[in-house]
Design a protein around this ligand. Structure first.
Ligand code: THG
Length: 366
């Protein structure tokens, strides 16, 4: 991949952390939910090791919170997702696909039950606000829908718990995975959840006061000096090794949750009112594609992201990266299931790629 200059304007929204991100020497941004998302500071690989060994602070403000409040809020959220949300407790996050009436994936957010009649959809990169407003209008639901003034800041890595405890206090270690507490910074309570887009452990701080963005950033860096704290962002190497899906890359509106291996996050048998469930029940077992891993011993170049076998297209490369830890070229490929039934490898330019299930099982690959 090559990097090009990104033209920045009002459309590529900045965040309250952007001045600090710039001062930290950001080298690359992407645009996510029409907002800047820092991707590279030192280099993809140096950032990877810092994330895996120490602790990083990520400006993930682009994880916009679509707030759905009012008497019908839970009804609307349940309509949009095939995951049963009826047992969620206040302060809990639930990773859940949103699907349309055909079972196509609209987004794969973290759903947060912030209060009884107040849900946050912590969205991946697609315009869920428009979809939610359209559904609410069309179904006559009594809800308010807005993009909340919340800017998540992730603290990720093995030393994240130590750092967040130093800044937010001794209640931090007691927070369970995908649960949260309201904790104070400079006298202001904000949600702190044990979550984040890496498997190195960590927290997301849902900043609710833009004026505290730079003080919070500065405090994390002051307290984290001896922990080697660095600025970072969702890291391509780490997230592929960990099997975390990226909407728009690994899957999009053309795919359903079965094809992406999101089966665990849908409740086909639940007695819930969800617009995609009838279609998903009908599709199950009959989907055409499957997202799998294909592992090579060295980097290979695909022709227009195509995986071919005997001159025929059998798969579509969605994400790829060189893993410095495992010294393997990891690809995530949407493959035809018909091909998978009879093949366990593919050959690209004389390089044999081993087809494996996701997430990657590195003991099996070695
Ligand atoms: N945090 C928050 N919002 C987000 C993301 C996030 N919105 C956009 C994007 N990331 C959504 N995608 C994911 C993908 C995977 C996970 C979280 C968000 C994730 N998955 C775990 C797993 O697959 O093991 C746990 C899932 C579970 O048990 O519920 O964490 O990062 N706020």
């Amino acid at each position: 991949m090559t990097y090009k200059i990104l033209s920045i304007s009002r459309r590529t929204r900045k965040t309250p952390f952007t001045p600090r991100v710039e001062a930290a020497g950001v080298k690359g941004y992407t645009v996510y939910n029409h907002m800047l998302l820092p991707t590279i500071f030192e280099s993809n690989e140096a950032d990877y090791w810092s994330l895996c060994q120490d602790v990083q602070v990520w400006d993930v403000s682009c994880e916009r919170q679509i707030e759905v409040s009012g008497p019908d809020s839970e009804r609307l959220i349940q309509l949009m997702t095939p995951r049963d949300i009826s047992q969620a407790v206040i302060g809990q996050g639930l990773y859940a696909p949103l699907c349309d009436e055909n079972g196509a994936i609209i987004n794969d957010p973290v759903l947060i039950k912030f209060a009884a009649d107040d849900w946050w959809i912590s969205i991946a990169d697609s315009d869920v606000r428009l979809w939610a407003r359209g559904l609410a209008q069309g179904s006559g639901l009594d809800v308010k829908i807005r993009e909340a003034s919340i800017w998540p800041l992730a603290v990720q890595g093995p030393k994240a718990e130590e750092l967040v405890t130093r800044v937010f206090g001794n209640e931090v270690p007691g927070i369970r995975f995908f649960r949260s507490k309201m904790l104070e910074f400079r006298g202001k309570a904000m949600m702190v959840m044990r979550s984040g887009y890496s498997k190195q452990g960590g927290f997301e701080i849902y900043l609710n006061d833009a004026d505290l963005a730079e003080p919070l950033w500065d405090e994390l860096f002051a307290q984290g000096q001896d922990l080697n704290v660095r600025a970072g962002g969702p890291n391509l190497i780490e997230r592929i090794e960990s099997g975390l899906l990226s909407y728009g890359n690994d899957m999009n509106f053309n795919h359903n949750p079965f094809e992406c291996g999101l089966d665990a996050f849908i409740d086909l048998d639940a007695d819930i009112e969800s617009m995609s469930l009838p279609a998903l029940r009908a599709i199950k077992g009959r989907h055409v594609h499957q997202l799998v891993g294909i592992v090579f011993d060295q980097p290979v170049e695909f022709d227009d992201f195509r995986v071919e076998a005997d001159g025929e297209a059998v798969g579509d490369v969605r994400s790829q990266v060189w893993s410095p830890r495992y010294e393997k070229f990891l690809t995530m490929v949407m493959m035809k299931r018909e091909f998978l039934r009879e093949n366990t490898s593919v050959t690209i330019d004389n390089n044999i790629g081993k087809i494996v299930d996701l997430p990657f099982d590195f003991d099996a690959i070695a």
